[in-house]
Design a protein around this ligand. Sequence first.
Ligand code: MN
Length: 237
Amino acid sequence: MPPVGDESTSYAIAAPVVTTVAVDGSDATFPVARVFCVGRNYAEHAEEMGHDPDREPPFFFTKPADAVVPSGSRLPFPARTAELHHEIELVVALAEGGRDIAVETALDHVFGYAVGLDMTRRDLQTVAKQARRPWDMAKGFDQSAPTSPIRPAAAIGHPATGAIWLRINGRLRQEGDLAQQIWNVPETINYLSTLVALRPGDLIMTGTPKGVGPVEPGDRLEGHIDGVGDLTIDYDG
Ligand code: MN
């Protein structure tokens, strides 16, 4: 019998396993449908990447659901990169989907929030940008979306302000505040839902504050968002 799906379905191979994220304070886990990411959503990060942070419409890219790995993981250093970068981000986990979701009701669709890393093979991204090619292999590689346990909105509300930071080997590397987001969470859900029909289980990584930079083999990454949680990842040396 296949591990998921209708019992009457006969798959030609074993069905893929559903990727899950722990839920803080619960034995139940959050099943990941898809992972959407917002580009350049903090002004000072847009500037450090060489862009004008004026309020142009948000843009999005994706990662495979199984790029999500839990906090506490020890990860192999990714293949085919000499410039792995960290991007610490607030992750929004959706309980309900929909199309053309209004800003005013967008937060009703949120299950909870987590601390995530949008790990980036910056060297591959730079080549892709120069060649006007897709970012998929720079952003959507294996284990590229470490994510902390999700804290339900029912427990913590909807954080719109609060410190977000990343330390590597104990040294502060990124620091910002959720209030610095160019597009806040309701606006991001609204805009994304005009592009695709959102689904329960979708995760949205909401962009990174200033200070992105390199990660080396053997590094320990520790991320934090006030009221949302903490994330620790170790890379093999
Ligand atoms: Mn990012």
